[in-house]
Design a protein around this ligand. Structure first.
Ligand SMILES: *Cc1c(COP(=O)(O)O)cnc(C)c1O
Length: 394
């Protein structure tokens, strides 16, 4: 009998978002006509910007014309978009060559697929609380997972201790909104070089960083070119969650056992993909145009204002939290030592606000709660007002 990959049996149930959906559904059945204010979503709510829409339309038109039609695209990405992404880094004085950029259909896809480059007997260090997909992708591969919890004591920025083959870092972080400083990231880069590990740096939220002293790319850190892969996405930056486009940076000098991980990834992509849609890559290129950059900043501004509104409510109630400043997430300590599902129920039942319980991101999230700034501004303002009143009462 054919034997399936038995590691699937080790996956924990995708309990978090299912449970949220069940609880909100039940609440609405019992309270018909009530409207819920949703601060739980990890998806964007604003539409694609006009520059992107225009480029997408033009690209569709191209595909109707004999002279402008595109068939298969190069597997690592269209040269025009690889160039634009590399320029996006070079403008910030980060030396990335066009051929170190790989265009992808999103960060989640890459975070799973990239494991093809490594021996599956290895270990993966995952800083927690974490995006649930990191753990699951590693369980499926049968890799040994080293959970590195973080806490209020280190402001949810863990530092290295036990060596591992692969190291997952996410900054700005989902769910905590915590951001590594250059000095903190340098400690991890040195650690990875010393132990010949590879860092997978998830930079999905880099565009939310406003403080110029904070690193938006791991390649701002000396030594990262010999130990890091950066995985990025246009999902949160430019609203591509449903459109799907991302990019991955693999430096040409990144080698282990005399194997070039960069060249291996070209081989992987040419084997397992046939490139990303021409139309989408044209839409993606528009994000990096001057007009596109201005327009996506307008959208980011709306989300950043939402974050400010939520932070103000927490500040008034003297609640401890991370994030919100250079990240779309706010990670708060639940009041009165409440556990995160009890706080979820309290918010739902008393003020009709839906957020995300911290325990869904790993056990060290137990007494914490995540708010997202991706909702609509009116609902966010109303939710923050109710939250401020409730927290005073609790
Ligand atoms: C949303 C998100 C991504 C982006 O995933 P896509 O597949 O590109 O939509 C990546 N990493 C984290 C931590 C995220 O929250």
């Amino acid at each position: 009998m054919i034997k399936p990959n038995m590691h699937y049996a080790e996956l924990k149930d995708a309990y978090l978002f299912y449970n949220i959906a069940q609880k909100t559904k039940r609440y609405l059945e019992e309270h018909p006509g009530q409207r819920l204010l949703r601060l739980g979503i990890g998806d964007v709510s604003l539409p694609l910007c006009p520059a992107v829409i225009k480029a997408l339309h033009e690209a569709v038109e191209d595909q109707s014309q004999q002279e402008r039609f595109h068939g298969y695209m190069p597997e690592p990405g269209a040269p025009f978009l690889r160039h634009d992404v590399a320029e996006y880094y070079r403008k910030r004085n980060i030396d990335i060559t066009d051929d170190e950029v790989f265009i992808s259909s999103g960060a989640s896809d890459e975070l799973g697929d990239i494991l093809d480059l490594f021996d599956s007997n290895g270990s993966s260090l995952i800083m927690e609380p974490a995006y649930p997909a990191y753990v699951d992708a590693n369980v499926i591969e049968g890799r040994r997972i080293i959970h590195v919890p973080s806490s209020r004591e280190n402001s949810f920025i863990p530092m290295p201790d036990e060596p591992a083959d692969l190291i997952y870092l996410c900054s700005p972080n989902n769910p905590t909104g915590a951001v590594f400083t250059k000095e903190q990231l340098k400690v991890w880069v040195d650690f990875a070089n010393e132990h010949d590990s590879v860092i997978l740096f998830d930079a999905a939220y880099e565009a939310f960083i406003e403080d110029p002293s904070l690193p938006r790319s791991i390649f701002e850190i000396d030594g990262a070119r010999t130990c890091a892969i950066e995985i990025c996405s246009l999902s949160k930056t430019a609203g591509f969650t449903g459109t799907r486009l991302g990019y991955t940076i693999i430096p040409t000098q990144l080698e282990r056992y005399d194997m070039s991980l960069h060249d291996m990834w070209i081989r992987n992509r040419t084997t397992k993909t046939n490139g990303i849609s021409y139309i989408l890559q044209k839409g993606g290129a528009a994000v990096f145009s001057e007009e596109g950059q201005r327009q996506i900043q307008e959208n980011l501004h709306v989300y950043k204002n939402n974050a400010k509104v939520i932070m103000k409510a927490l500040d008034e109630a003297d609640i401890w939290y991370t994030g919100g400043k250079n990240a779309p997430y706010i990670w708060m300590e639940c009041p009165n030592n409440m556990d995160s599902w009890t706080f979820f129920d309290t918010l739902l039942n008393e003020i009709q606000v839906v957020g995300t319980p911290g325990s869904g991101f790993g056990s060290c999230g137990e007494k914490y709660f995540r708010f997202s700034s991706f909702g609509n501004p009116e609902d966010t303002q109303e939710a923050a007002t109710r939250l401020a009143t409730l927290l005073k009462r609790l």
